[in-house]
Write a new protein. Structure first.
Length: 158
């Protein structure tokens, strides 16, 4: 009789305990693990709201806590929400496929445009400097005439 009661008590304790709690941990919405996982979701635009006043953010935190209590890993939770909301559900899109191109293209275009602008301005400045010191034939003739007039005047008075 004693073994039957012990067995029944053992089953009651086993069934009443949360099966997902392998390490004996219980996650609630204030757990650091829940906050870490939740920080990766946009929460439909509610990620910057206060947890105490935003019902949507509270639901997300409760869902994440329950998934962690069921024994799901962080990556499994991310995959679960990704399957529901796609990339819009994440704060930072994944770095693959079109998202990678969307991240890289603006910086690449900015770099190429800056390089072209630098080379273009450099060529314009070099061309202007060359034109400033380059005299035309008319200017050379005028300079020679002016020099000869100055020489004549100098010879007259000296």
């Amino acid at each position: 009789m004693k073994t039957i009661i012990t067995t029944i008590l053992f089953f009651i304790v086993f069934l009443s305990s949360n099966v997902g709690l392998v390490n004996g941990e219980f996650y609630d919405i204030n757990s650091p693990e829940v906050k870490e996982v939740a920080s990766k979701f946009s929460m439909q635009g509610h990620e910057n709201h206060d947890l105490a006043t935003c019902a949507t953010k509270q639901r997300y935190y409760e869902d994440i806590a329950s998934l962690l209590n069921e024994g799901k890993s962080e990556q499994e939770i991310l995959d679960y929400y990704y399957s529901m909301y796609g990339e819009e559900g994440l704060i930072v899109p994944e770095k693959r496929g079109f998202s990678l191109a969307a991240w890289i293209t603006p910086f690449f275009v900015l770099g190429v445009a800056s390089f072209i602008l630098f080379i273009g301005l450099k060529n314009i400045i070099i061309n202007k400097k060359g034109k400033l010191f380059e005299k035309t034939k008319v200017e050379n003739v005028e300079d020679e005439i002016m020099q000869s007039i100055i020489d004549e005047e100098r010879k007259k008075y000296y």
